[in-house]
Design a protein around this ligand. Structure first.
Ligand code: ADP
Ligand code: FBP
Length: 305
């Protein structure tokens, strides 16, 4: 079983404008609400791929209830810990020019809610995979992922980290099955600036040396690299109309895990990862199965060095 952990889910409120004038009243032409948060997006994509998974995390208030109902209606299995406070609402502004995220800090959590959540980890078995994704609400403390990783290890299960920058580095010595920084996050981690994508290669390999079992570095429209201890692969970016790239990275991780958990074949898993990330970026919502299949046919992966 794959468990996704979203400590800080979000009701994503998408607002579409031709352009936004700062300091003025802007009237939107289109709005849309979606169940978000990185682990939740991953669970949604894995469920589309019919990979067994359960979404864990904290949900509260009307926004939390919306997400819970949305997941049930869309046949995404979840087992969230109920909280008193309100699940955050993140505003996603889309204009003809670009996408802007206005993300909230997240709810206050009570000690008994935190304990109820930690207790869930007792069900873990040796072949389970736990995906830690996204930011941590302030009340949990910056080291909360470390505590959860110890729980995963106690049960001989494996884990995947889909978190930002330096929090990612702290987990490498515990050998995550997969990490997926994007190009900008990788620049931040190593304090470098890439002028060409191939300059990424030594840094991807470095993350393997530091303890990650497999590394994907995603580069939005430029595709992605996969680093495994045996080989490095490059997936070319696929051309198409960008509709909504929110969740493209989450879908990449989901595609990889859906395939890898069944076959343990990193190359095939990378193919599915690229198809899912791209199909998400080219869809307003989650892609349909037929669109996913169409994009899968266009995935082009080559071995590097
Ligand atoms: N504009 C785009 N065109 C084509 N593919 C895209 C685009 N944006 C994202 N993707 C696909 O989704 C993957 C993840 O996107 P990226 O933006 O790098 O991740 P994140 O959402 O984590 O920042 C990319 O590796 C690529 O396969
Ligand atoms: O947990 P974080 O890092 O604050 O991110 C939350 C946001 O991430 C998302 O899952 C989107 O992920 P990406 O930013 O990787 O596209 C949104 O649904 C949500 O609003």
């Amino acid at each position: 079983m794959i468990y996704t952990v979203t400590l800080n889910p979000a009701l994503d409120y998408f607002m579409t404008y031709e352009e936004i004038e700062s300091g003025a009243v802007n009237r939107t032409s289109q709005t849309q609400v979606s169940a978000g948060g990185k682990g939740i997006m991953e669970s949604r994509m894995m469920s589309l791929l019919k990979a067994d998974n359960t979404a864990w995390g904290f949900l509260g208030g009307f926004s939390g209830q919306y997400i819970k109902d949305f997941l049930t209606e869309n046949k995404v299995h979840s087992d969230f810990t109920a909280i008193q406070d309100l699940t955050r609402i993140n505003v996603k502004l889309q204009t003809l020019k670009d996408e802007t995220s206005l993300d909230a800090a997240g709810p206050q959590l009570q000690e008994k809610e935190i304990q109820a959540f930690i207790d869930k980890f007792e069900v873990l078995k040796a072949d389970d995979i736990v995906v830690f994704a996204g930011t941590i609400p302030k009340t949990l403390g910056e080291d909360f992922y470390q505590r959860l990783i110890q729980k995963v290890k106690e049960h001989q299960a494996t884990f995947v980290m889909d978190v930002d920058g330096h929090k990612l580095l702290e987990t490498l010595s515990d050998h995550p099955l997969l990490i997926k920084p994007n190009r900008e996050e990788l620049e931040g981690i190593f304090n470098v600036k890439f002028e060409r994508n191939d300059q990424i290669i030594p840094y991807g390999k470095k993350l393997l040396e530091m303890g990650a079992q497999q590394v994907i570095v995603s580069m939005a429209g430029d595709g992605a690299y996969l680093f495994t201890p045996e080989k490095t692969y490059f997936a070319a970016g696929i051309k198409g109309e960008l509709k909504n790239s929110i969740g493209a990275g989450d879908s990449t991780v989901a595609g990889f895990l859906a395939e890898y958990s069944k076959t343990k074949d990193a190359f095939q898993a990378f193919k599915q990862a690229i198809a899912c990330g791209t199909a998400k970026a080219f869809s307003e919502n989650m892609p349909t199965q037929s669109f996913l299949d169409e994009i899968y046919q266009k995935v082009n992966i080559s071995e590097v060095d």
